[in-house]
Design a protein around this ligand. Structure first.
Ligand code: GLP
Length: 241
């Protein structure tokens, strides 16, 4: 209804009016970030417009960055997630602050011994036991990142304590990290990662490696995250010396 009303606005071409109408609906929050738009065919039918018109309007909004098209999945309302680099927040806190619904799908949540990479990164001796998490992290139904974490068993005695948020579990134990070292790298995502994140071949990702610590210097986590490059902006405020 809303769309129909707005398409009557005085713009010379039908696709321009539709483009404006869809934009209004998104800006007013009537269709939410991450949500799918009806298919081209359904829109055309509902609005008695040609599919060419609908395609042109949607194409324009994709160029504007307002909509994202994903092969085989449809068209979604996009919004880049802008994340300050200087604050040590958790995935869950970041998303909640944006009114989004953080969720995790666990591939692994178990106790194991540190592998050589983890031992080196965490400065732990071989054989040390850790809780290992491997998760696909969502905002609602939309996958945003893949995350692999290792946490010393001495600081997180049971993997089952992590229901969804690692930091929430650590908080309850009084072991929430207070300081972190982070490295950010551009990466080309591999085929398995692309599939999980539902991205087309060739998509860029951001790999973030975080090592975080307690006040007394003990390491709490070694986490590797692969964020979708099409959605995340990492920003930092800089000061001259
Ligand atoms: C971010 C960080 C990770 C951290 C995670 C905790 O994604 N990059 O290093 O482990 O937040 O998030 P949560 O508490 O939601 O599990």
């Amino acid at each position: 209804q809303r769309l129909q009303h707005d398409t009557a606005a005085r713009l010379p071409l039908a696709y321009m009016r539709l483009r404006r109408a869809i934009r209004n609906v998104i800006e007013n929050g009537e269709v939410q970030v991450g949500h799918a738009l009806p298919s081209e065919r359904d829109l055309a039918r509902a609005l008695t417009l040609s599919r060419v018109t609908v395609r042109k309007a949607i194409g324009g909004l994709v160029e504007d960055g307002l909509l994202t098209q994903r092969h085989g999945a449809g068209t979604f309302v996009s919004e880049r997630i802008v994340k300050p680099l200087s604050r040590m927040t958790s995935f869950t806190e970041d998303l909640r602050a944006r009114g989004l619904n953080p969720r995790s799908e666990f591939f692994e949540r178990a106790i194991g011994e540190v592998n050589p990479e983890e031992a080196m990164a965490m400065n732990l001796s071989p054989g040390t036991q850790v809780v290992r998490l491997h998760r696909l992290r969502y905002a609602g139904d939309e996958p945003l990142a893949i995350e692999r974490s290792a946490v010393p068993l001495s600081l997180l005695p049971d993997p089952g304590l992590v229901e969804d948020s690692l930091y929430e579990a650590l908080d309850k134990l009084g072991n929430r990290p207070t300081r972190a070292l982070q490295r950010l790298r551009a990466v080309v995502l591999g085929p398995a990662q692309l599939r999980l994140l539902r991205l087309p071949i060739g998509s860029a990702g951001l790999n973030i490696e975080r090592r975080s610590f307690l006040d007394d210097g003990r390491i709490v986590e070694f986490t590797n995250s692969w964020y979708r490059g099409d959605i995340y902006d990492f920003v930092a405020e800089l000061q001259s010396d």
